[in-house]
Design a protein around this ligand. Structure first.
Ligand SMILES: [Mn+2]
Length: 459
């Protein structure tokens, strides 16, 4: 059903865009940037002019400022499904294609083309993957954009424990078949290409390496005890530079450390590694490519992200600079959280108060990092708060995927309504915008709801 609808809309799209003013609006995260790039490339190949704008969020304000013309054909990627209410007026005047994977109300309108796996009761795939399926339906030559589909999906953490399932897995296999991506099993450690190996170990919290995660000096010592040099020819060695023998030594040593601290799944340190062919070295690891895009989006440099996706080699060095700044800022924020005791742990949830120190564009990233760290009780959902430029408070919520008892999107949506805010999202990640000063009331609403759920379940 979903795939048929993609095909049907692709046909309509192809004929409509010739006489329309096409305008793409996309979310600023990596999935949004990949989706926008896939649609952009498709339009370039169709010989159609278009506008492209990356937005923090599709708000009432943004929609009001669109200056819609009758001839407009809007493409919204990685948002739109949750904002259909706000689009009602606009739909009477222009045609809108929404490609998204966030929770949605089913709204029918003659001018609305809505591609979201959830409304077809399909399993969730990222917006980039939906965009790819759509682009390929428009023209089969767009099949080469499949690496961007994978990068966006990885960025949205669609591959739990580094392994895709279902439709996403079939798309990955397709990428392998056409030789765009090589999948190998390897250590589930982030930073193969862009980080010194001791940093990779220090920053690994999932999988955790007891005694080494979180400590640079212990990581260096650990490697030297294994006889693995951290430097070679005056350059830091990366995971990618290790010989097969060294990789094996490292893997066994990590497993031994985990066994020693009685980890239940000590050997759960391997996952799928996606190597992209035909891209510059810095972008060959899909996970690191995703981080580049996230950094660009979060720093207001989404244009650089789009350019690297579209294959502009000159943009890669700009993206490297942005990534550097991004990592520095994340480090500063984590230190600030430690020093300012910004975390409150209650009976059912963990709450992070970012005040005006944590930028609203980073609060989601920071909550995800904390959920994979030893800084909080990761058996509870985490809710991060950050003040926005417009004087409201942005909430980002995350919960570990093993925690299957709640639907975070629904809980956040209900709690937001109780404090006159707006929110929603997915089962394991959600967001909201609430009035400033209502944080305590929001926390209480969450605690009450979770208390009710778990109180009942225990009885
Ligand atoms: Mn997404």
């Amino acid at each position: 059903m979903f795939l048929e609808e993609i095909g049907r809309i692709a046909k309509i799209f192809k004929s409509l865009i010739k006489e329309k003013r096409v305008r793409i609006f996309s979310h600023l995260d990596a999935d949004g940037i990949c989706s926008a790039s896939i649609i952009s490339k498709t339009l370039i190949r169709e010989g159609t002019n278009f506008e492209l704008k990356i937005l923090k969020q599709l708000t009432r304000e943004e929609i009001k400022n669109l200056r819609i013309r009758e001839s407009d054909f809007l493409v919204l990627t990685d948002f739109g499904s949750g904002q259909l209410d706000l689009l009602r007026d606009l739909l009477d005047r222009a045609q809108v294609l929404v490609i998204d994977h966030h929770e949605s109300k089913a709204i029918e309108h003659l001018n609305l083309f809505h591609l979201n796996p959830l409304i077809f009761n399909e399993e969730e795939i990222s917006s980039s993957m939906v965009s790819y399926l759509f682009a390929k339906s428009v023209d089969i030559k767009n099949a080469d954009l499949i690496d961007l589909a994978i990068v966006g999906a990885v960025a949205d953490e669609q591959d739990e424990k580094w392994e895709f399932r279902g439709l996403a897995k079939r798309i990955l296999e397709e990428a392998e078949t056409i030789g765009k991506i090589v999948v190998t099993k390897g250590l589930r450690l982030y930073g193969r290409i862009t980080k010194p190996i001791h940093k990779t170990l220090e920053h690994s919290f999932d999988p955790i390496i007891p005694g080494i995660s979180g400590s640079e000096s212990n990581a260096v010592q650990f490697l030297s005890e294994l006889g693995i040099a951290v430097r070679e020819d005056d350059e830091w060695k990366r995971l990618k530079d290790l010989t097969l023998e060294e990789q094996k030594t490292l893997a066994s040593a990590i497993i031994i450390e985990r066994l020693r601290s009685k980890h239940s799944d000590a050997e759960d340190i391997f996952g799928d590694i996606y190597t992209i062919s035909g891209r510059p070295e810095e972008l060959q690891d899909a996970r690191e490519f995703a981080t580049f895009l996230n950094a660009c989006g979060r720093f207001g440099k989404a244009d650089i992200g789009i350019r690297i996706c579209l294959g502009d080699l000159e943009a890669v060095s700009d993206a490297l600079c942005v990534l550097e700044e991004y990592r520095k800022l994340i480090g500063e924020i984590i230190n600030w959280i430690r020093e300012n005791e910004a975390i409150l742990t209650k009976d059912f949830g963990v709450y992070l108060f970012g005040k005006n120190f944590i930028p609203e564009t980073l609060i989601g990233t920071i909550t995800s990092i904390l959920l994979n760290s030893n800084l909080i009780d990761t058996n509870k959902p985490i809710f991060g708060f950050a003040e926005t430029d417009s004087g409201e408070v942005k909430v980002s919520a995350r919960v570990s995927r093993d925690f299957k008892l709640i639907n975070l999107g629904k809980i956040v949506s209900d709690a937001s309504r109780q404090v006159e805010g707006e929110g929603g999202g997915h089962v394991s990640s959600a967001g909201a915008l609430i009035p400033k000063g209502k944080e305590d009331k929001f926390v209480q609403a969450i605690e009450d709801m979770l208390g009710e759920t778990f109180g009942k379940r225990e009885r």
